[in-house]
Ligand binder design. Structure first.
Ligand code: ZN
Length: 264
């Protein structure tokens, strides 16, 4: 059994403090102000693929899977369970010997965590967030842990209370493993609670959110790309297709701004 751990809402808000080094790869070419924590560290992520190219196959796979009866049924089960009971609920997806999609039982968890059922040949899971926050650090590190043991298990879907659907997808397992080593999760602060990003990343997240008005999904997308996590944050469009969330940073004098950018 693998635990999905989440930062509960208050932790998410208040653990994402300060900010530190960094610039999102090709989108920022100039060093930043000395008093900003968003300083340049151009050594990061130099030799990675274009995220749009890297995520293209995943987008198609995830979108196709989201149209299957198994996914649609599981989504309905989870949404119904949340309406009836609140809290988190999770279902895993696997395959039988003939490549047919299998669906686990629905496992109900607590307000901010749930346990993924074991599944033969598992490749993805789906859980709800009782609030409207996108996947968090707990979701990310948990997915890396699973992928290290089961290489085909590379996607984690999250549906929020307002029915927005996200997916974290590992597009480069080697990069994900490297990120996990270089930026290990922070388990401090409370017993049994969700892992957080290390302090430097939490700082950056908070600066983006509270200093520059970024949404949680924008800040997460920025960090995923900047730190070469090998993981993409996808979001489902109203037409059913998933697209990759990307955030670019730009500088005008001493001011920074962040914008959502799209793959062409
Ligand atoms: Zn989650």
């Amino acid at each position: 059994m693998t635990k999905i751990l989440h930062i509960i809402v208050l932790q998410w808000f208040f653990s994402c403090l300060y900010a530190q080094s960094g610039s999102l790869r090709p989108h920022q070419s100039t060093p930043v102000t000395s008093n900003s924590t968003l300083t340049s560290d151009s050594g990061l992520a130099i030799s990675r693929l274009d995220p749009c190219i890297e995520a293209k196959a995943a987008l198609e796979t995830v979108t196709a899977f989201s149209k299957t009866d198994q996914y649609v049924t599981a989504l309905n089960q989870i949404q119904t369970a949340f309406l009836n009971k609140g809290k988190e609920h999770v279902i895993a997806f696997g395959k039988d010997d003939k490549n047919n999609i299998l669906t686990s039982f629905l496992n109900s968890g607590a307000q901010s965590n749930s346990t993924v059922p074991n599944m033969a040949n598992a490749f993805a899971d789906l859980h709800n967030h009782p609030g409207n926050h996108p996947p968090d650090a707990g979701d990310l590190y948990g997915l890396i842990d699973i992928n290290q043991k089961q290489k085909d298990y590379n996607a984690r879907f999250v549906v929020t209370q307002n029915n927005t659907v996200y997916a974290l997808v590992i597009t480069n397992a080697s990069a994900a493993n490297s990120f996990n080593v270089k930026y290990p999760r922070d388990l401090s602060g409370c017993f049994g609670c969700s892992p957080k990003f290390p302090e430097a990343l939490v700082d950056e997240f908070r600066e983006m959110k509270y200093g520059h008005g970024c949404t949680d999904e924008m800040a997460l997308a920025f960090l995923l790309e900047k730190y070469n996590t090998g993981i993409s944050l996808l979001k489902q469009h109203a037409n059913g297709a998933f697209y990759i969330l990307r955030t670019a940073i730009s500088r005008n004098g001493n001011n920074f701004s962040f914008t959502t950018i799209n793959c062409q």
